[in-house]
Design a protein around this ligand. Structure first.
Ligand SMILES: Nc1ncnc2c1ncn2[C@@H]1O[C@H](COP(=O)(O)OP(=O)(O)OP(=O)(O)O)[C@@H](O)[C@H]1O
Length: 248
């Protein structure tokens, strides 16, 4: 089993004026096997986003080490890792296709290749008919699909997601879960995502890392050994969701 991401003994403090630094993360270690999906769950403020930002290389750990594809996160090629945020961050003055194209603008692909890649990716997320629409003309679910397409267009091997579907209604969120499972398998991607939703964790993840707050530390690691796609109302899923809720 090859390891895509490895965290060993990661700790983080944030400086505060006139107070001792805030200890946000303490001694966190876990591995993310390649082509697997790992959820980071825990109460609000326990450091989930901070941990994801450290994996993305947006923040350095103060202690411990993170390796992504065997390298320090900041040395990993930009196109290899994508980050989906809570809000879709679509540029309102750009069409859907142009927003998706944005995800290719740091790559060396030629113009024709880029256009083909954008079209293929819009097809993949079911937005081919809305290539020319502007963000304000899209529904919440469609905007989320457009953001997903922008994340996928450079064909990253690792996708980091910080509660990307939390603003969607339950039905649309469920549809996006199916899309992510399908696309992650189709492109052999490794996915790490933050959520406070136990159902989302159980439906999408092979492994769930449960954090406890102040300072954020790993309470437990739960393996979810069920075939994909997972039906959120199936008995084994709801049972696992129930037991996870008791731990969070
Ligand atoms: N840049 C920063 N400077 C100072 N403190 C910060 C910074 N970013 C986060 N914090 C603090 O670190 C703690 C963890 O924040 P973080 O956003 O990682 O938690 P979270 O588990 O993702 O929360 P939520 O579920 O509410 O999004 C919080 O107490 C927060 O106030």
């Amino acid at each position: 089993m090859s390891i895509a991401i490895c965290l060993s003994k990661v700790s983080k403090w944030f400086a505060r004026p006139n107070r001792e630094p805030l200890h946000v993360l303490s001694d966190i270690s876990f591995e993310v096997p390649r082509n697997s999906s790992v959820a980071i769950v825990g109460a609000s403020g326990c450091g989930k986003s901070t941990l994801l930002n450290i994996i993305a290389g947006l923040l350095p750990p103060d202690e411990g080490e993170v390796l992504v594809d065997g390298s320090q996160p900041r040395n990993v090629p930009a196109a290899a890792v994508t980050y989906m945020f809570q809000d879709d961050r679509l540029l309102p003055w750009r069409s859907t296709a142009s927003n998706v194209h944005f995800g290719l603008e740091t790559t060396t692909l030629g113009k024709a290749e880029r256009q083909a890649r954008v079209a293929e990716t819009l097809e993949l997320v079911g937005l081919a008919d809305f290539a020319d629409a502007y963000p304000h003309e899209l529904s919440g679910g469609m905007r989320s699909r457009a953001a997903l397409a922008r994340s996928l267009v450079a064909r990253p091997s690792i996708m980091l997601m910080d509660e990307p579907f939390s603003k969607l209604d339950p039905t649309t969120r469920s549809q996006m879960h199916k899309e992510v499972v399908r696309i992650a398998r189709e492109f052999s991607m490794t996915v790490v995502f933050v959520t406070h939703d136990a159902e989302e964790a159980v439906v999408l993840a092979d492994k769930v890392i449960v954090l406890k707050p102040r300072p954020g530390r790993k309470e437990t690691e739960l393996k979810v050994d069920m075939p994909f796609p997972r039906d959120p109302v199936a008995a084994d899923v709801t049972e696992t969701v129930r037991s996870l809720r008791q731990i969070i």
